[in-house]
Write a new protein. Sequence first.
Length: 402
Amino acid sequence: MEINLNKLLLSLSYTLDFVEMDILGVSSNHSKRVAYIANTLGKQLNMDEKERFDLVACCVLHDNGVTEYMLKEAATTKTSKRKLVLENVKEHCIIGEENVADYPFLTDVTNVIKYHHETYNGKGFFGKEKDEIPLMSQLIFFGDRLDNVFNLNNTDYPKICKINKYVKEQSGKLFSPIIVDTFLEVSDKTSFWLDLNDDFIYNGITRTIPNINMTMSWEELEQVTKIFSLVIDNKSAFTLRHSQGLAAKAETMGKYYKIDNIEILKLKIAANLHDLGKLAISNDIIDKNGELDETEFYLIKQHTYYSRISLSNIDEFKDITEWACNHHEKLDGSGYPFGLTGDKLDFNSRLIMCLDIYQALMEERPYRKGLTHEKSMSILRDMVTDGLIDGGIVEDIDVVFT
């Protein structure tokens, strides 16, 4: 299958930004801006297209190592200080590097994410300095630093002057003199600053990144989406294995139904990404110890819509999008976000729907302990009686997971 992985990552990237926006109070489209800056400078520095293609991927994924522990630490910190909590946790660089070990990069990106907080003068987490730091890491750090310090969504001329002054002052300290000089060259262009605006950044980055299509197997693509399942699950202490557990159960049920291997892999991708939109929902709601009020429930219902908006931009994911984003619909039309009825829900949508409920019931939540298989099956059968979910699939779940 031919696919442009960077366009896939960029379609999914806003969800990574939502984690930092919610917990750490940073700006929207952060990873796209980091990618745009790094790619622009990389091109000016004569990096070849494959290197820049991988550079953009690393920019999108640079903070994928945010974990439940770090989010919990950040959540107890004042908003104005939250970014410092993440940026000062060395482990997020190590975990981020480990998470992308199976990502199909075109070039050698060893330690690029691990060292993306190293400073040119050697005062970063790992004490690397100058040429010990991969150029890609230096470019990611440069873009990340500028957007965090100055919020590059809105830049007028006085702010641009202030940014240029800051960059010059940090030459040989935080930043390589070569990167500083290169930045000062490209910053003269009006288009550079306008492209960083929220309204233009997607067009700016897609217009300037190398257009490289890769032949990938569904197995490789499933491994890519697993990175996002880790980020999704780690947003809350109560969902640490949810997407991964759902993917495993979808695979088991697919084999039980003798579904072909490609379709099983697509089901696993749908499971990996089904809660993508929850990254846009505040942890105050997700982790609430008690019943949601009407306003909170209205907000939580939006997550499947956000998932659909993100996944619908990926042409190769048309059926996967349906299976992933229909998991809160109900056969009688009482589900969300579209209120689809049973005649509009195919078998795989129904399967993910039932498995998602079963997986959630078995897991601990802020307001209850995880339930046994028997209690979970009792609840599922009550839902079948009420005309909400597929009774045949529910009985098969009982057979397979008893």
